[in-house]
Ligand binder design. Structure first.
Ligand SMILES: [Zn+2]
Length: 620
């Protein structure tokens, strides 16, 4: 998963569906029908023709949580009018046990179940918010985003039974999905899936299609876009993703580890209430939710997020612990190794860009600096393994650090391995070795991983994990960066142009609002910004959430000191009316303190320079 916040950096993983036990699945499949052609009150009807039940009573479950989201959503909440019937259509007694579970009595007679399912996108209750890439959307005659876990459940002890899924669709609709239909007609599609784990791993998006196909190193890649405003085209996104995917293929040694992949992209027509957006990964697909940014911003965001989601194919897809390999949807258990699943994935997503020359070394160091800055908002002495175990409950507020310090742990391990091997062995080599030891269908035990990695690499690595991952010592940045000839400054003050050091946020109208002036600097004071001001224009140019960064950069940050500047804001006057006011001033430099600054050391030795090269530019 990668969750981002608008104008703030913020960032899932998924899990491997197991094919190992499919042969054991006995009897008839689950036969689900989702009716998209007859939406009622923003809900769709789900019908399940059940497999034969041998027990006297049986419990039907909707998932409490699904892999990759790291949050409990209780998808049973979105189900209503749950009914069970025998062969002759007579109702059977049903008892709802909790939000996610229904007990059906006289289950030997059970023939079919029906219920209605609401979507998560239109939910307005704060406690029921679902991060959209893991949620569901129902917009009659327009779009259906089917994260299957929002509609489909399973019986106790019957997760490894085949599923047959039929989608009844409105005329002209197309289903984008990593699944291959076994039957398709103008009104519907049917899919066969081996287990519940694979059902959850297989999202679908139905709408009038806008799709594009790519071939990357032999892998077929589908890009499907639904944009409410019809501004963003699948072809453009595909062209944009192509470069990143090609770089990822080369980074992984010349071949993509999948033969097909689908990007399902939903672009909203308004900003949501949380300001967050991002994606959720699956084995052969990822689902994206984005607000209505400018096309160039959308392309840039998808490119960044896609690099992260796609690398989940390495971990946890090919390398994961038992907690992930056999996911418990009702009593989810966390692994200690989020540093690996999310951290290393995020490290790869950025490192690939410098490695494949899509990013300069300077820009890469800036990116690393921002990881350090954001990581310091979290508890730096909390052992990462303990945080990871408690990421759903006790340490839920520390979870976001998996995308910050997690990535830095990946970096520190990579540099340490390169140092110990004279530049010859890094973290990509380690991942390749681990996936040979374990794999999609072979989980490791949580507690054995550090010893296994030590055995595969160097004795010193045991100490690295003990101190910085399982222990409470913060990463020693000065020492780490010194190995590769980079100076680390925890704090550095220099004079620069600024916008005034104010806190801003987008509003529903796509404008930027000043939400805080606590840290406003001298320039901001001189301009006279106030909390609540809506920024309407800069030097007469209309300013929106889409172009503000560009206007500020052009008219302020890169303007010579002394240049006149006019910022138009909408502000309430003393009669309570919103009126435009032009704030004027002159561009001026103010002391700006930068934190966690990384700059190449001009006096670096040959050895340091060589390690820098090996760290950034080695091929696998
Ligand atoms: Zn992720």
């Amino acid at each position: 998963m990668k969750k981002s916040l608008f104008l703030l950096l913020a960032c899932c993983f998924y899990l491997a569906s197991s094919a190992t036990l499919r042969a054991a699945a006995p009897g008839k499949p689950y036969r689900f029908t989702l009716d998209l052609a007859n939406v009622k009150d923003d809900r769709i009807q789900v019908t399940l023709k059940t497999p034969k039940i041998k027990a006297a009573d049986i419990i039907y479950n909707m998932p409490k949580m699904v892999p990759g989201t790291y949050a409990v959503y209780n998808f049973g909440k979105f189900v209503s009018e749950f009914k069970a019937f025998d062969k002759k259509g007579r109702p059977l007694p049903v008892q709802q046990l909790d939000e996610n579970r229904w007990k059906i009595n006289k289950a030997k007679k059970l023939d079919h179940i029906t219920y209605w399912a609401d979507d998560t996108f239109d939910n307005t209750k704060k406690e029921d918010l679902v991060f959209e890439p893991g949620g569901t959307n129902i917009e009659a005659d327009k779009n259906f985003l089917l994260n299957t876990h929002g509609y489909i459940g399973y019986f106790d002890n019957l997760k490894r039974v085949p599923y047959e899924l039929t989608i009844t669709k409105p005329a002209g609709f197309y289903g984008s999905t990593p699944l291959k239909a076994v039957n398709t007609s103008a009104n519907g599609d049917t899919y066969r899936i081996d287990t519940y784990m694979e059902v959850v791993d297989s999202p679908l998006m139905y709408n009038v299609p806008d799709t594009a196909n790519l071939n990357i190193g032999g892998a077929q890649v589908l890009v499907s876009v639904y944009d409410e405003q019809k501004k963003i085209k699948a072809r453009d996104i595909a062209t944009n993703i192509q470069e990143t995917l090609t770089a990822q293929k080369d980074y992984l040694g010349g071949k993509l580890p999948v033969d097909k992949y689908a990007f399902l992209i939903y672009i909203d027509d308004a900003f949501n209430s949380t300001g967050s957006f991002g994606a959720l990964e699956h084995s052969n697909s990822s689902v994206y939710y984005l607000p209505p940014l400018a096309p160039a911003q959308i392309a840039g965001q998808i490119r960044n997020i896609a690099a992260h989601e796609f690398f989940h194919i390495v971990t946890p897809l090919s390398i994961h612990s038992e907690e992930i390999g056999d996911f418990d949807y009702i009593h989810p258990k966390m692994s200690q190794h989020l540093w690996l699943y999310e951290g290393v994935t995020e490290y790869f997503a950025t490192h690939v860009q410098v490695n494949q020359k899509l990013l300069s070394p300077e820009a890469y160091l800036e990116k690393l600096s921002s990881y350090i800055t954001y990581s310091k908002q979290y508890n730096d002495t909390l052992p990462f393994t303990r945080m990871s175990k408690g990421a759903l409950d006790v340490y839920a507020n520390q979870y976001g650090n998996v995308y910050q310090k997690g990535a830095l742990i990946g970096m520190a391990l990579d540099i340490r391995l390169r140092e110990l091997s004279d530049g010859k062995y890094g973290i990509r080599n380690l991942m390749a070795d681990l996936s040979k030891t374990y794999g999609k269908d072979k989980s490791f035990k949580d507690e054995e991983l550090f010893d296994k990695i030590t055995a595969l690499t160097y004795p010193e690595i045991k100490d690295f994990f003990a101190r910085y991952v399982a222990g409470s010592e913060p990463l020693p940045y000065t020492e780490i960066f010194n190995k590769v000839g980079v100076n680390y400054n925890a704090e550095l003050t220099e004079k620069k142009n600024t916008f005034g050091s104010i806190n801003i946020q987008p509003n529903k109208d796509g404008r930027i609002v000043i939400v805080g002036t606590d840290k406003m600097n001298d320039f901001g004071e001189k301009m006279g910004y106030r909390k609540g001001d809506i920024i309407m224009a800069i030097n007469g140019r209309n300013a929106t959430a889409q172009n503000l960064n560009q206007l500020v950069s052009q008219h302020l940050l890169n303007a010579p000191a002394g240049t006149n500047i006019a910022v138009t804001v909408a502000r309430f006057n003393n009669k309570g009316t919103l009126v435009n006011k032009v704030l004027t001033g002159q561009v001026m430099q103010v002391p700006v303190t930068a934190y966690h600054v990384l700059r190449p050391d001009a006096q670096a030795t040959e050895k340091q320079k060589q390690l820098f090269e090996a760290w950034l530019y080695s091929n696998l």
